[in-house]
Design a protein around this ligand. Structure first.
Ligand SMILES: Nc1nc2c(c(=O)[nH]1)N[C@H]1C(S)=C(S)[C@@H](COP(=O)(O)OP(=O)(O)OC[C@H]3O[C@@H](n4cnc5c(=O)[nH]c(N)nc54)[C@H](O)[C@@H]3O)O[C@H]1N2
Ligand SMILES: Nc1nc2c(c(=O)[nH]1)N[C@H]1C(S)=C(S)[C@@H](COP(=O)(O)OP(=O)(O)OC[C@H]3O[C@@H](n4cnc5c(=O)[nH]c(N)nc54)[C@H](O)[C@@H]3O)O[C@H]1N2
Ligand SMILES: [Mo]
Length: 774
């Protein structure tokens, strides 16, 4: 396919989405079977969409999948298979030459494989041999802390609970997970402020809000089911205010694929009432500016005995530390706010006016907020704004960190946490009569550092693609390869299988769409969405091979081989997941009568203490923190290079990918076709830096450790990006993110703020010389 760029003029979703669903469906190579699967997506008795963590209303019987959900389903439920014959044909070195797209396109992994270093091929291994190999490595460790246990957010509650029990019985809290790279900052920030790390709203609140403010999120691609509530909100006259440096189409106009009138008349509905374009990393300053306006108006109201701007009752009764926060507002000068936010004072005042007029406001955010150095402070600023106006603990208002992976929130609830609470550890010890480790484990960045330092011998991944999702790619690959054993529990082939330790296993597992039959019959698993709704998921399609096992069965197999029947009879739990849920009921608060409540259509809601105005913080109140604005946004280790960056780069998702899974090479809403190696850049910057549009450049990251962090041959694409900023796709750009460039307090790689220099690409220079010589 040749690369092409043609600006996209249509609305989000609409005919383009229908066409794309059709293509994904046909490409699965089993369209008839998959039609049934798609109609069972997010339905009672069906399965939970393996796409994003957006929730569903229990009542509506409509089709409940979106374009990108359909892509996720058809990508998983394919008849293509990568079994023993595939691995016999391709050595690992050959596979390494292939693109991420090609690797996953080969189809489902269908049998357990072991890496044979002598031939550089994966060869078949029996499940029993695989489990015995894992047990022998784990039991030979001098300390359990020499192993890392990664989790990606598709793992079900049942799998996650079993996994953490296995690992804690073994004796470590080394649980790096995808959340560390995703919403970690939201958890850290909200926990300190409100005593819970989760969002406080449900889908029903979106229908009640008269203001929805969206920061750093691209729902048209990543949470398409959010578009309908946004459209409805605009229709009923609510404010929908977006903050995004890019004019994402999925924040502008929507054509509902299930609305015949809109589709046939080719009309669409607006998705926002105002759009602001901050500088990358500028949201904290923008929020500070909004709060400063409110404070100014509140002072005026006090002087003139006018109507209150703040919710004085809420502040007095429920909040702690407001005085020092207000002093901080006084101390944050406007020129710093406007310079850092990239917005004018007038724009910020406009936002503040809109915000002030709303009675019930929901604030949503995603990776544009969390993947920054000062993400924790920024999210606290979001919470503080809501606290000033008492926008917590009432219907139609609250905080909504929009989660990514479909069960990333549930995995945390089940105890996948490298910094577990003592309440969780106490409960596990009581229930299972074991002693669990109290020492904190490694997060993702710490795990990579420990592997690089040769401190880690075993790396196990429950899903995901650690090699590509993480920062500093060459270093991470090296880190994985330093291990004595790497184990990947996966559905599809990816680069993490191609960075094997001395010994390596690929363990093929069932996915959400697959029917899971165990000794007691077909099994359901459970998941938790962004709104803390817990519901059941039943696979619908017969698995492609009898050799695949479910995640709970694989974890039970590893645990039984390593620990025997300690502290539970693992294989009996895998025979019937209702038994795992009984243990969850007994251990995790909020899951009482889990099995019975899971049977209800739509599942059940885990109460959020914010909504009962209870605050599990040291002050037992919603607590303000006085975080000063960063002095400058550039990290000191960039400043230490003494060089000025050409641009600040953010790394984001195209419309045709699911994290490191690349479905195709198009990005419809941004008008890109047939390529991913593009740099979205402002025309003025192309000129300023002495390049021409379409030229190929290398991107070189600035960081003070002397390492050459570079990606090559990106085509300059003139795009409506604010000057000084640029954007390119993840994961290709992960080699640019230094391992030490992470969020303060969150350790989340700062992949939305990379200081880069541009160099003419060597290939391009050769071309130019050739042209000149002709
Ligand atoms: N189809 C599909 N669905 C997905 C995923 C997928 O890859 N594909 N991934 C899932 C996962 S794990 C996650 S976490 C979510 C991710 O969902 P998103 O957070 O929407 O994902 P990104 O593509 O990283 O988009 C970040 C958005 O933030 C904006 N942005 C970047 N920096 C800033 C900033 O400093 N300030 C502001 N205000 N905006 C900024 C970008 O322009 C972009 O629009 O989606 C989930 N759903
Ligand atoms: N530069 C940059 N880096 C980023 C981000 C960014 O925006 N920019 N985003 C970060 C974010 S938000 C996240 S969440 C991480 C994502 O990090 P991960 O969750 O580790 O990555 P994925 O790409 O979602 O993992 C894809 C693989 O998961 C496996 N898989 C799929 N379904 C299943 C299943 O049901 N079970 C099992 N066992 N395996 C399965 C398949 O083998 C597939 O190849 O990446 C992070 N990295
Ligand atoms: Mo994520």
């Amino acid at each position: 396919m040749t690369a092409r760029y043609k600006p996209y003029k249509g609305p989000a979703a609409g005919w383009g989405a229908l066409r794309s669903v059709g293509l994904a469906w046909l490409d699965s190579k089993q369209p008839i079977k998959n039609l049934r699967a798609m109609l069972k997506t997010n339905q009672h008795g069906g399965f939970d969409c393996p796409g994003c963590a957006w929730g569903d209303s229990a009542e509506s019987a409509h089709i409940k999948f979106c374009e990108n959900g359909a892509k996720a389903v058809n990508w998983e439920a394919t008849s293509r298979a990568a079994g023993a014959d595939f691995f016999a044909r391709h050595s690992v070195s050959q596979l390494r030459e292939q693109s991420d797209y090609w690797l996953e396109y080969q189809g489902r992994l269908t049998e357990p494989m072991r890496y044979d270093r002598a031939s550089d091929h994966y060869v078949p291994v029996s499940w029993e041999q695989a489990f015995a190999l894992i047990a022998s490595h784990l039991n030979a460790l001098e300390s359990p802390h020499q192993a890392e246990f990664y989790t990606s957010g598709r793992a079900s509650n049942e799998a996650a609970f079993l996994y953490q029990l296995f690992v804690r019985t073994l004796g470590t809290n080394n649980f790096p997970d995808c959340s560390n790279m995703c919403h970690e900052a939201s958890g850290v920030a909200l926990d300190a402020c409100l005593g819970t790390g989760k969002g406080s709203v449900t889908l029903a609140d979106f229908a009640l809000a008269d203001g929805i403010f969206i920061f750093g999120q691209n729902p048209g691609t990543n949470h398409p089911r959010m578009l309908e509530p946004l459209k409805e909100a605009v229709k009923r006259g609510a404010q929908v205010v977006c903050f995004n440096p890019l004019r994402e189409r999925g924040l502008e106009r929507f054509q509902h694929p299930q609305n015949p009138l809109e589709m046939l008349s080719n009309t669409s509905s607006p998705l926002n009432t105002a759009f602001f374009r901050p500088a990358l990393g500028g949201d904290m300053a923008a929020l500070r500016g909004i709060a400063k306006c409110l404070w100014y108006w509140e002072q005026q109201a006090l002087e003139q005995s006018g109507p209150a701007v703040f919710d004085r009752g809420f502040l007095a009764e429920h909040c702690h530390g407001v005085e020092s926060y207000l002093a901080l507002l006084d101390d944050s000068p406007w020129d710093q706010i406007t310079q850092q936010s990239g917005l004018s004072r007038d724009e910020i005042e406009q936002v503040a006016q809109r915000y002030r007029r709303c009675e019930r406001v929901i604030i949503c955010w995603a990776m544009g907020i969390t993947q920054h150095h000062h993400a924790v402070a920024t999210i606290q600023e979001i919470a503080h704004l809501q606290m000033l106006r008492g926008q917590l603990g009432k219907p139609g208002a609250g905080l909504c960190p929009v989660r990514g992976h479909s069960n990333v929130q549930g995995d945390r609830t089940m105890g996948i946490n490298e910094r577990p609470s003592s309440a969780l550890l106490d409960a596990i010890e009581r229930q299972f009569a074991i002693a669990v480790p109290r020492r904190q484990g490694h997060n993702t960045v710490e795990a990579i550092n420990a592997m690089l330092a040769g401190q880690i011998k075993v790396f196990v991944a429950l899903g995901g693609n650690f090699a590509q999702a993480t920062p500093d790619t060459p270093r991470t690959h090296q880190a994985l390869q330093r291990c004595e054993l790497t184990v990947q529990i996966s559905t599809k082939l990816n680069r993490s299988h191609l960075t094997p330790g001395r010994d390596a296993l690929i363990l093929p597992c069932l996915g959400r769409t697959d029917i899971d039959i165990q000794a007691s019959g077909p099994q359901a698993v459970s998941v938790e969405d962004s709104f803390s709704m817990i519901h059941a998921s039943y696979g619908q399609l017969p698995p492609l091979s009898g050799q695949m096992r479910s995640e709970p069965a694989i974890i039970a197999g590893m645990a039984q081989a390593t620990l025997g029947n300690r502290p539970v009879r693992w294989s009996e739990l895998a025979d019937d997941y209702a038994r795992i849920r009984e243990l969850i009921s007994a251990t995790i608060p909020g899951f009482e009568n889990f099995n019975q409540r899971l049977a209800q259509p739509g599942g059940f809601h885990l109460a959020n203490p914010v909504n009962s105005l209870t605050w599990d913080t040291p002050a037992a109140k919603a607590s303000f923190s006085a975080n000063p604005l960063p002095k400058v946004l550039l990290h000191e280790r960039v400043l230490a290079t003494g060089q000025t960056p050409d641009l600040i780069l953010q790394t984001l998702r195209s419309h045709d990918q699911y994290n490191t899974t690349i479905y195709g090479l198009n990005d419809r809403y941004r008008g890109v076709q047939g390529t991913r190696e593009v740099l979205f850049i402002n025309a003025l910057d192309i000129q300023r830096l002495g390049f021409v549009p379409g030229q190929k450049v290398d991107l070189v990251a600035l960081w003070d450790d002397g390492v050459d962090r570079r990606v090559k041959g990106f085509t300059l694409l003139e795009f409506d990006v604010p000057p000084g900023q640029a954007a390119a796709y993840y994961p290709e750009t992960n080699p640019l993110v230094a391992l030490d460039s992470y969020g303060e307090g969150s350790f989340t790689p700062a992949s939305k703020f990379i200081a880069v220099r541009l160099e003419a690409s060597a290939a391009d220079i050769a071309n130019q010389i050739n042209v000149a010589l002709q």
